[in-house]
Every structure is written in structure tokens, then in C-alpha cells.
Design a protein around this ligand. Structure first.
Ligand SMILES: [Mg+2]
Length: 177
């Protein structure tokens, strides 16, 4: 992973990781149970990455166009807040997240995979997309993960951010030292 100086300076200012759900925290599949419940499949390594992110003193939030109880549950497990769901207009959703957190958009790293995410990716201080993101989302990103959505892409993004800010070794030393 290479970090040109300008990117390193941007990464250092990031306080909040703002995550899309479908296609980022999941592989984009929307599963319906017979009772109408919507099911999501999350990757456990994204969860451990988000724990490292919080251990670094950083915050994470969710902004999703869809609405799912499973997302609230996963967010609660990982200490992700705020969670804004059912929000088609991602810039309006960003405004809600900024109002709730008091974080400036320049200090937000947005992660998205599809066209509705593109204005958000352009508005935030840092933008990350996934290997199987749409062309426009990948083009708007400062970093594109090698993992596709739902397969450890969030973990990879967090590792990239923490390595760029020189925090990765310290935060993982309890496992590797
Ligand atoms: Mg998406």
C-alpha cells in the first residue's frame, strides 16, 4: 500500500468513517425470508477492523439508502453511531450525520460502491470504494480496496487508513507482538 504525501496529510485529519451498507458492509445481496424479514450477511473481519478503528479513538457511522433491523443490530454490536437508514439522498444523510456528530465533512472518510454514493464521496475529505464498486464510485475514490464489498473491504480500508496515519503497528501489537 502506497501513501503519497498529500493523501497521508488527508488521512491524518480523518475522525469519522462513514459507511454505506449494501455493497460495502455486505456483498450487495438483499435476502428476504418468507416472513418478509430482510437478511444481511456481514463479514466478521470488518467487525474486528471497526473495533481497531474505535481503539484508535476514531468514530464510524452508517448511511444507507435502505432500511433493515439487521443493520441496527450490527451497528450496535460494533458501537457504530449514528445510523441513518432509508436515506436515498446521501448528501442530505451526510448533513444529518454531521449535525449529530459535530464532525466537519473534511474530517469524514466516506466509503461507497454505487452511483448514489458518488456525491458523498466527492463531498467528504477522503473517499474509499470497493473492488466491485461501479466505475464512477471507484473513480471518485482516493483508495479502492482489493476486496469486494462484504468480503473484508471495510477491514482493508481501515488497515489502509491506520497504516497511513502510522497507527496500525501500535494498535495490533497486542496480537502480533
Ligand atoms: Mg451501496
Amino acid at each position: 500500500m502506497k501513501h503519497p504525501d498529500e493523501l497521508v496529510a488527508r488521512v491524518a485529519t480523518i475522525e469519522l468513517l462513514l459507511l454505506d451498507v449494501d455493497g460495502v458492509l455486505t456483498d450487495g445481496s438483499v435476502l428476504y425470508a418468507d416472513d418478509g424479514t430482510e437478511l444481511k450477511r456481514f463479514h466478521v473481519r470488518d467487525g474486528s477492523g471497526l473495533k481497531l478503528w474505535r481503539a484508535a479513538g476514531k468514530r464510524a457511522a452508517i448511511l444507507s439508502g435502505r432500511r433493515s433491523v439487521a443493520v441496527d443490530r450490527r451497528a450496535a454490536e460494533l458501537g457504530i453511531a449514528p445510523v441513518v437508514q432509508g436515506c436515498d439522498d446521501k448528501l442530505a444523510g451526510l448533513a444529518r450525520v454531521l449535525a449529530q456528530t459535530g464532525v466537519a465533512p473534511e474530517r469524514v472518510c466516506a466509503m461507497g460502491d454505487d452511483l448514489p454514493d458518488v456525491p458523498l464521496l466527492r463531498r467528504c475529505g477522503l473517499a474509499i470504494s470497493v473492488a466491485d464498486g461501479c466505475v464512477e464510485a471507484r473513480a471518485a475514490a482516493h483508495f479502492v480496496t482489493t476486496a469486494p464489498g462484504g468480503r473484508g473491504a471495510v477491514r482493508e480500508a481501515i488497515e489502509w487508513l491506520l497504516r497511513a496515519s502510522g497507527r496500525w503497528d501500535e494498535l495490533t501489537a497486542r496480537y502480533t507482538g
